[in-house]
Write a protein that binds this ligand. Structure first.
Ligand code: ATP
Length: 361
């Protein structure tokens, strides 16, 4: 059996803009057919990394291999890569068919083949009957699909998408995410997707590449990154969490324990990313707390219900613990368990596989 090289392999890449280091020590390997998102706050270097892969910028150090070949010095049009931009850069004076056909025409592809390929792509993006419409006669979501069709029509190995849904409103964005997954599955291309929206990253990705200040801080499947963040930054960036200042109080074969200043003990069975000593931060997601005891290993604390926010299927509780620390608890709507009311005393429970102990920074 031959092992295929990754479609993109970035090794020790750096990018300087003058004396400013935009990217440091980037190592990333992407398999054919994956959807990988580059996720991180504004200015962390996502677009720069994308532009390096596309060939619009050159690395200052390190290498980028696409499809097994070092692509140093190779211009964007010679790479098996296409890019979809936030503003789709469609031609307003051409209709949908001509927009999608543009790249194939420039390459001198035979007319019959252009027709067949464009029609197939318009079918995949579900715009079969829009071929003769002009771009200004389309909705935002439809324009986005034309941009996708145009970028995919020449069969690139890799499609780079830079915040492609940013200009759309929330409802259309959610619909387009589902569309994007379907289009990805039908074309088999590798998608590298830039976003600063953690929900988008979670919904779409096979793997999330989390970036901070020009560096990759964690690469994982979305579920893993959410359940076992390796840093305080990752815990806070991916969804809501409760954070407790604590100090390490020992470890054994079953996990580690940290204790807060007021004596609240947290036992974790999640293996930490690095060796932990002294002061630490304990992170527990709001949905990891319960109001009932499940088994013998469950840990608990006592507090008072300060506030309840009911939003249909879920409720958010603020529980004030004895030491004044506030905990946010999320519970699913249920008719079976009786839930505490504002002002009442209550116990909250959690399990060791929901406790993440992190270094302070
Ligand atoms: P956003 O989510 O806001 O688009 P980003 O994560 O994509 O942000 P980049 O656009 O990659 O961030 O920019 C990373 C850093 O590099 C920023 O500090 C930016 O100001 C800087 N930068 C990007 N392009 C250039 C350039 N051509 N010259 C100088 N600095 C640049």
């Amino acid at each position: 059996m031959t092992i295929r090289p990754p479609v993109i392999e970035i090794t020790a890449a750096q990018k300087m803009f003058g004396s400013f280091q935009a990217l440091s020590d980037i190592n990333l390997s992407i398999e054919q057919g994956e959807i990988v998102t580059l996720l991180g706050p504004s200015g962390c270097g996502k677009t720069t990394l994308m532009r390096l892969i596309a060939g619009f910028e050159a690395v200052t150090a390190g290498t980028i291999r696409i499809d097994g070949k070092d692509c140093a010095g190779q211009p964007p049009e010679r790479r098996p890569v296409n890019m979809v931009f936030q503003r789709y850069a469609l031609f307003p004076h051409l209709d949908v068919f001509e927009n999608v056909a543009f790249g194939l025409k420039v390459k001198g592809t035979p007319k019959a083949e252009i027709r067949e390929r464009v029609q197939r792509m318009l079918h995949i993006v579900q715009l079969d009957s829009y071929a003769n419409r002009y771009i200004n006669e389309l909705s935002g979501g439809q324009s986005q699909r034309v941009a996708l069709a145009r970028a995919l029509v020449n069969g690139p190995k890799v499609l780079l998408l830079d915040e492609p849904l940013a200009a759309l409103d929330l409802k259309i964005r959610q619909h387009m995410l589902v569309e994007m997954k379907r289009i990805h599955a039908e074309t088999g291309a590798t998608f590298v997707y830039v976003t600063h929206d953690q929900d988008e990253a979670m919904i779409l990705s096979d793997r999330v590449v989390l970036m901070e200040k020009g560096r990759i801080v964690q690469i994982d499947r979305p579920e893993t990154m959410y359940a076992a963040p390796k840093s305080l930054f990752a815990a806070k960036f991916l969804g809501e969490t409760n954070l407790f200042e604590a100090a390490m109080a020992g470890d054994n074969a079953l996990g580690m324990t940290a204790v807060t200043g007021s004596g609240l003990r947290f036992h974790s069975s999640i293996v930490p990313a690095s060796e932990l000593r002294g002061k630490v931060i304990v992170s527990i997601r709001p949905e990891s707390f319960r109001f009932n005891r499940d088994n013998d290993t469950t840990q608990s604390a006592t507090g008072q219900v300060e506030d309840v926010i009911f939003i249909g299927s879920r409720s958010f509780y603020t529980i004030c613990l004895a030491d004044g620390v506030r905990v946010r608890v999320q519970v699913q709507r249920s008719t079976r368990t009786s839930l505490p009311k504002p002002g009442e005393k209550t116990e909250i429970f959690w399990d060791s596989d929901n406790v993440v102990i992190l270094p302070q920074s």
